[in-house]
Design a protein around this ligand. Structure first.
Ligand SMILES: [Zn+2]
Length: 235
């Protein structure tokens, strides 16, 4: 069992850890939030890009229709002209022009059918993609509101945690507190560890015999001669 002085140091460490955890989690929140918002923005951009390529196909379809109308008008003009010409070679030339426009119309029709098929496929896959993206966006949006909740909770906790830390600090003697602070500066928690079978439970190295004796006595704060952690007797 830890001695009394080490018990309050352990409470100090515990509360210190708690404050550090809350502060760390609060500091991580904006990073997590930004990463989540970026994910959502990327997915929305993917949806928009998909819609854009469907739109492009629609525009292409309209321009085929426009062109077809123009070519059909041209054919009509040739046919009307044909009614007016007298010379046979002029008539033949217009027949040739009409045939060319007919060929053009049939090419355009073919292109239109291909395009309509492509458009149909694009719309279908866009709808499927959007459904998937929207589902994922919803998941990320829910995560965002969980982050908001977490932030509210942590902000609610931090004051009480700091107060609890200050309270235990006020109960510990100044030299002990300053030893704790000095030791904790260079090390990762746990700062206070047990000494078991002459081994420091922080760095797992064997301590010197004199350190072991001091720890066993438990009269004053003794630190590991390898890693510097505060040791308590853990028989
Ligand atoms: Zn150690």
């Amino acid at each position: 069992m830890p001695t009394d002085c080490n018990t309050s140091l352990l409470i100090l460490q515990d509360r210190d850890m708690n404050v550090q955890r809350i502060e760390r989690e609060l500091a991580e929140l904006p990073v997590e939030r930004a990463a989540t918002e970026k994910k959502i923005a990327d997915m929305k951009a993917a949806i928009e890009a998909g819609r854009q390529s469907v739109k492009e196909l629609e525009v292409k379809g309209k321009s085929i229709e426009t062109e077809m109308g123009e070519v059909e008008n041209q054919a009509l003009k040739y046919k009307n002209q044909q009614l007016l010409v007298k010379k046979n070679e002029e008539y033949q030339a217009l027949t040739h022009e009409i045939e060319l426009t007919q060929q053009k119309v049939s090419d355009l029709e073919e292109a239109e059918i291909e395009l309509l098929y492509e458009l149909d496929e694009a719309r279908k896959s866009q709808a499927a993609d959007e459904a998937q993206w929207n589902e994922k966006i919803e998941v990320e949006t829910r995560f965002l509101s969980r982050l908001d909740e977490k932030e509210a909770n942590l902000k609610g906790e931090i004051d009480a945690a700091k107060e609890a830390l200050a309270q235990v600090e006020s109960e510990i003697s100044k030299p002990e507190l300053s030893t704790y602070k000095r030791v904790s500066r260079g090390l990762k928690i746990p700062i206070i560890v047990g000494l078991k079978d002459a081994k420091c439970q922080g760095c797992h190295m064997r301590v010197s015999a004199s350190v072991e004796v001091e720890v066993r006595k438990g009269n004053e704060i003794t630190t590991c001669d390898n890693c510097g952690r505060i040791l308590y007797w853990d028989a």
